[in-house]
Design a protein around this ligand. Structure first.
Ligand SMILES: CN1c2c(nc(N)[nH]c2=O)NC[C@@H]1CNc1ccc(C(=O)N[C@@H](CCC(=O)N[C@@H](CCC(=O)N[C@@H](CCC(=O)O)C(=O)O)C(=O)O)C(=O)O)cc1
Ligand SMILES: N[C@@H](CCS)C(=O)O
Ligand SMILES: [Zn+2]
Length: 768
């Protein structure tokens, strides 16, 4: 771009993407009111436009010289890419034709009698994307002009803007086909649509585009490598803006030569996760190519360490000069909140350690100015180094009691008293459950009334007693519903929890909380990851009271409900001055004490959720075994202290677990419940090869969709499961917790589930 070439004396500052929700989650509210039919599409689109414009302006004020566009999405950027290229499964076409926005949202979240696209984790993040559903012979064509329209919008503000698009190879690698064919086989069908788009943009005067190819940070097979070489050669042939190839979430490693050989104009690399790759990248980069140096961590919220960042940048500028060096966060800022300045209730010392999206851009400006010889900026960075060095000595950051306990931990702590096969027998006696036991995953609807009561309590307008009476009644009501439905193992429903991680973090030492530190998880759903800044310790039981209360109301077993150490770790912003595995072990010990206290309070079944076990898996195979070893050990430390009669469940969702089933088995849980209904029980193929000795509850009800499943479809899924699993192993449960659903959906869905289980029980009894 003429425009994105440097007009200033310091290197160009940019970013790959920005959080979409808004500092007050305006997009969430606009989406949800639209979905409820309370506002129209025009109102939703107006909020979206306002947010985009506000964010560009904020980014510019913070220091960005250019802004990405089309990073914004009403739901998900992978879905947007599929829609842009008309990769729309047949079942949505009529609706999309009648009402494109309704069709778009049906793909995202189901409805109108249609089930949604599958949703899964975006690499190793807590963001979920919709998996494009393709088939052999798929045709692609350009539909709509969202990226260009947003580019024009930014241009109108006088902004130097760059459309972002998921690159063709990553798009196909992230997609699935319904017929099992290789999505990459569709590359030649897809490329003309990409080429046409680039040509349109070139004709419109777009100077640069950003093609995101995060799959370049993965282990690639020869076919993917070939696909990269082929795709980028084809795209370079036509008229096209200059192309920035963006890689992130790890090192290029063995894909570096490939990435450097692709005919593009710039390469973005992740120097937060992989600073060691800089030398090799500088050596491999052809002359004249821009390097976008992702030096600030886009995945975490701590201020950067200038003593780490400056040497990298000095090396890069020495080789490339100001002209060819851009400064950026390592990846899109989608994964961090917007503005730490809003967090006025945090301790000032802690706030000073934080950099959210806007502060990250401000940091980049300081680095850029320092590189340009600005002494005031250099002094500010020295101040930042001193501040971060002092952090180690702050009270609570290093606790001798926590560290001594961890050092003294024996390997026995990670062992149950007997083998799973023996525990099954004693638990069957202790619990006396029917064949195909029915249960739920923990949470029941977080109704407006419940969220409102919590907000009132937090604001001090509802006193403790009144709030607790309210929670007790919610729990009693949840139990009445479950007993009426006829479930076998009950739950208290988690009404006291704002979030399954935040709730635990709020009760543990070493954690802090933000007020507005929201991060998009999927669609309109956000999470507010706690900050782990110090050594972790539990001072009092966290869940015993409500679980014991629930158990006191029923004869049936009530499952205690905990979030596992790996998931708490994964869904928090974790201190960057200690290895993650050490922080995880501290969490495991805190949870072990909780498990012990639940057991002593008479809870016979305890579920330790680990939905993020798969998400934490390193993207490169070479690092996976060591992660799985410590992650599994942490779970086992948390669960290991209980009697044989105490049944430990674990639950996993939001990802494919097939490739880590051995690690899942190594958790040594008595029962595992795993999401599987969205993929129509694809999970089970893995259990054909891999015989799990414990019990399994493959989810039979897709809780992400408002659609209420019928008795027949649940029965069909259970029959599929019974082809692979022994009936004595099979549990019947939804895919995940029901917190996002309404009672009006949950009750009939669970009734259908229980009826399906009962009918099959009858059939199985007859066969005996
Ligand atoms: C299981 N999942 C989770 C993930 N990560 C987590 N950290 N937690 C998870 O549960 N990752 C994988 C999946 C992702 N799935 C979900 C599912 C649902 C949500 C969700 O519903 N998020 C809520 C926010 C939850 C929360 O913290 N609520 C608070 C605050 C509620 C609030 O906004 N209050 C209003 C006031 C309301 C009033 O006055 O009436 C306010 O403060 O302004 C609470 O309940 O107290 C969401 O709405 O997005 C996330 C991930
Ligand atoms: N127990 C939690 C698990 C979510 S992954 C719930 O039911 O919401
Ligand atoms: Zn779940």
């Amino acid at each position: 771009m003429s425009s994105q070439a440097n007009t200033t004396t310091h290197p160009h500052i940019t970013y790959l993407g920005f959080p979409r929700m808004g500092r007050r989650r305006e997009l969430k509210r606009a989406l949800e009111t639209y979905w409820r039919g309370e506002t129209d599409a025009a109102a939703l689109l107006a909020t979206a436009r306002e947010l985009r414009q506000r964010h560009w302006q904020q980014a510019r004020t913070a220091g960005a010289c250019s802004v990405p566009v089309n990073d914004f999405s009403l739901y998900d950027h992978v879905l947007d890419t599929a829609v842009l290229f008309d990769a729309v499964p047949e079942r949505y076409r009529a609706l999309r034709q009648a009402d494109p926005l309704a069709g778009y949202f049906a793909m995202a979240r189901g409805g109108h009698g249609l089930h949604a696209l599958e949703m899964t984790k975006w690499f190793d993040t807590n963001y979920h994307y919709l998996v494009p559903e393709l088939h052999a012979g798929q045709r692609f064509q350009l539909t709509g002009d969202k990226p260009l329209a947003e580019w024009r919008e930014a241009q109108a503000f006088g902004l130097d803007a760059r459309p972002v698009l998921l690159g063709p190879v990553s798009f196909l690698r992230l997609a699935k086909t319904t017929d099992g064919s290789d999505p990459l086989a569709l590359l030649d069908a897809l490329l003309p649509a990409y080429a046409q788009l680039l040509q349109q943009w070139a004709d419109a005067g777009v100077p640069w585009v950003q093609l995101d190819e995060p799959c370049l940070a993965l282990d690639l097979d020869p076919a993917s490598r070939e696909a990269y070489a082929h795709a980028y050669a084809v795209l370079a042939r036509g008229r096209t803006p200059r192309r920035l190839l963006a890689t992130y979430f790890g090192a290029l490693d063995d894909n570096l030569a490939l990435a450097a050989s692709l005919p593009v104009d710039g390469l973005h690399i992740d120097l937060a996760r992989a600073p060691e790759q800089l030398d090799a990248v500088l050596a491999a980069l052809p002359p004249g190519r821009v390097l976008s140096a992702g030096v600030i961590d886009g995945r975490n919220i701590w201020r950067s360490q200038p003593t780490r960042v400056l040497p990298l940048l000095e090396k890069a500028i020495a080789k490339l000069g100001t002209e060819h060096l851009w400064l950026a966060p390592s990846c899109s800022l989608l994964h961090v909140p917007i503005d730490a300045a809003q967090e006025t209730t945090l301790a000032p010392e802690l706030r000073a350690w934080l950099a959210f999206a806007l502060q990250k851009l401000e940091e980049l400006k300081q680095y850029a100015q320092t590189l340009a010889g600005d002494e005031a900026a250099r002094a500010a960075l020295s101040g930042q180094s001193a501040l971060l060095a002092a952090r180690a000595k702050a009270p609570g950051v290093q606790r001798s009691d926590v560290r001594a306990r961890l050092n003294a931990l024996s390997p026995q702590a990670a062992q149950r008293r007997s083998a799973l096969t023996h525990r099954r027998v004693v638990q069957a006696q202790a619990l006396a459950l029917p064949l195909l036991p029915t249960t739920t995953i923990g949470s029941f609807p977080q109704t407006d009334a419940l969220r409102h009561a919590r907000a009132e309590h937090r604001a001090g307008r509802l006193n403790n007693d009144a709030y607790e009476t309210f929670l007790a009644e919610e729990i009693a009501q949840a139990l009445r519903h479950q007993e009426a439905i006829g479930l076998d193992v009950l739950v208290h429903g988690e009404p006291e929890r704002n979030d399954m991680v935040e709730y635990f973090g709020e009760q543990l030492e070493g954690f802090a909380f933000t007020r507005q530190g929201w991060v998009q998880s999927y669609g309109s759903r956000c999470v507010k990851p706690p900050l782990i800044w110090g050594d972790v310790a539990r001072t009092a039981p966290m869940t015993v009271r409500w679980s014991a209360y629930a158990q006191s109301l029923t004869e049936k077993p009530v499952k205690g409900m905990l979030t596992g150490p790996v998931t708490v770790l994964q869904w928090s912003f974790v201190r960057d001055d200690l290895p993650r595995e050490t922080v995880c072990r501290q969490l495991a010990l805190a949870l072990r004490d909780e498990v012990h206290d639940l057991e002593h309070a008479g809870i016979q079944v305890i579920q330790i959720d680990e939905p993020a076990l798969r998400e934490g898996l390193p993207l490169r195979q070479a690092q996976q075994a060591s992660y799985l070893a410590w992650a599994v050990q942490c779970f086992r430390i948390a669960a290991g202290g209980v009697r044989d009669t105490t049944q430990i469940h674990t639950h996993m969702c939001y990802a494919e677990f097939n490739d880590i089933l051995e690690a899942v088995a190594a958790l040594d849980a008595d029962v595992i419940s795993i999401e599987s209904s969205r993929s129509r029980m694809e999970l089970l193929t893995a259990f054909e090869q891999f015989r799990y000795p414990g019990d399994i509850g493959p989810g039979v009800y897709d809780i992400h969709s408002p659609r209420i499943p019928g008795h027949e479809e649940i029965t069909e899924l259970l029959r599929k499961a019974l082809v692979v699993l022994d009936p004595r192993q099979l549990w019947v449960n939804p895919d995940c917790g029901l917190k996002t659903r309404h009672w009006a959906e949950v009750i009939p869905a669970l009734e259908a589930m229980v009826n399906a289980a009962r009918a099959l029980r009858g059939e199985l009894a007859l066969q005996d």
